[in-house]
Design a protein around this ligand. Structure first.
Ligand code: INI
Length: 157
């Protein structure tokens, strides 16, 4: 039988941070609410969660790097929303945040998950922020709990 390592979904020791961008707040507010609700319903105390806000999703990677490397958290959940418009701005912001949060997740000594929506339309974003397609903030929070517990089981940070 192979030994399998995986994280469960019980509340881990340590603190969580949520980093969230304010741009498109009609979407990022429900993502934040979904993430908080998922953490609390899995047994995480609200007192063990800190929320950090930045202007837009472009700024999210820098903020998340600083939060994730502060040594204060075992898990960080990054939330944002980029909606395609008529200009190439979308590509720059969406490309940077995926690369940036990816880099943070590789280098920080804590679990980092990605709850950033990159959608073609407002409707697709609304659907993923608690309407027809679940809540991606909640999904990222649950993934973060699992990853924190996986790293603890492995004995690594
Ligand atoms: N920021 C977002 O979070 N989502 C977007 O869809 C978006 N668009 O499309 O412009 C956006 N732009 C702002 C950007 O993130 C920065 O805050 C801004 O460029 C200042 O650095």
């Amino acid at each position: 039988m192979p030994r399998t390592f995986e994280g469960n979904l019980v509340s881990p020791k340590g603190r969580f941070a949520i980093t969230v961008s304010r741009f498109n707040s009609f979407i990022t507010d429900p993502l934040l609410a979904g993430a908080l609700d998922a953490l609390v319903r899995h047994g995480v105390s609200e007192n063990d969660v800190d929320v950090y806000r930045c202007p837009g999703t472009f700024e999210l990677s820098g903020l998340t790097r600083r939060v994730a490397t502060s040594g204060k958290y075992t898990g960080v959940i990054a939330l944002g929303c980029v909606i395609r418009g008529g200009t190439p701005h979308f590509e720059y912001v969406a490309g940077e945040v995926a690369k940036g949060i990816g880099q943070v997740s590789l280098t920080a000594d804590c679990a980092v998950t990605f709850g950033v929506l990159t959608t073609d339309t407002v409707e697709q974003a609304v659907d993923r922020a608690g309407v027809k397609a679940g809540n991606k903030g909640a999904d990222a929070a649950i993934a973060c709990i699992e990853l924190v517990n996986l790293y603890a089981t492995m004995g690594v940070k």
